[in-house]
Design a protein around this ligand. Sequence first.
Ligand code: SF4
Length: 435
Amino acid sequence: MTARPQPRCPANDVEDSANAGKSRRTRSRLSAEKSAPPPAERPSNRTAKLPADLPAEVRWPDAAGCRDLRRKVLRWFAAHRRDLPWRRTQDPYAVWVSEVMLQQTQVVTVQDYWPRFLQRFPTVSDLAAAPIDDVLRLWQGLGYYRRAKQLHAAAGVIVQQHGGQFPTDFSQVLALPGVGRYTAGAVLSIAQQQSWPILEGNTVRLYSRLLGLASDPTTPANQQLLWRFAETIVPQCRAGDFNQGLMELGGQVCQRHQPKCGECPLRKGCVAYQTGRQAEIPAAKSRPTRWEARTECLVLLQRGPRWLGRTLPADQRWAGLWDFPRFDIGWLLTNEQDEPQWPLPPRALEWLQQQVHEQFGLRVQLQPLGEPIRHAVTRFRILLAVAQGHVAASRLSATATSAGWEWLSAAAIGDRPLSVTARQVWERQIEPRDT
Ligand code: SF4
């Protein structure tokens, strides 16, 4: 399959991409990306055609309104674009890395990680050839490690199927592990100015307010509607600048709380602004996130200058990262708030010592260490207690050894990609004291 031909774009061309007279097939962001609605064949006069089941409150822009919106977004972006390192390159691989990092992570954080990552893995082939441990180590602190694993897997596919060249055909990019409709469109529009629409957190909010979409924008029907709007407004030329402008406007001006409508170039055509409903739109999710509370204890077992831990296996949370022994102790807690008693009650320490003996064949006296850490991951709110103990010279059981448990020196631990909380405990409570 070939890359989509690049249109010749006059400097200020913001025409409707449909006017190129060439229809194309697009397909459907993080976990939601792969399930985004597959787009229909795009009709050449799509700007004029309203979605059949448009909610009554939505005001769909006409062709002139779309042209006006494109001009304003591009003009605003030209004047307000932030000078971010990944905006100085047109290399689709480098843009792809930035897009993956920016999912669920703030720009200020990515500004530190992106240059380091590109320095260590300057090409797709370098990334594909690296051990996953090296990739995860560089990803430490960004969280959501599944992104790094998918990035690494996709680099392997690019080397095998595309000779190490990042593909420039939408369907080939979309077929890569971890790449959904948003990422494929963002990379190809930003790196190559190909005309693909985008929909992510900031643009969901922006589009909903512009259109006056008052119901939950995360429902399948409304996601389809918002993708349709994105397809309608994306210009044939300068689509990358336009898409970045939309995301920047959504993030910097059309903020969730107290949007800066007085500074917004789109207020004239914005239904939420015109009707004073910015605080109501977008509506809250109809199904709020259900949090699950968990209480765990990280057990630091020290034998001489070494600590016990292992690389977590593929079927476990944080697979591929190195972690200390960790136990669920929620069931041991009896107070009404389901919060751990602090310091840990003697029966919890006794139970943990028993677990250490059963799982590792080691006898140890455990002591609580420091304050518990509060940590949220996906739908879990985790309260993490820490206990430590020195182990006399005794052998790790064969079962534990075969399960990957190992004694590591401080230097070796420093070289491993640690889970976020293991790293927090290591850096705050162990490293400054013992290494
Ligand atoms: S006018 Fe206000 S609510 Fe409307 S898009 Fe601009 S910042 Fe958002």
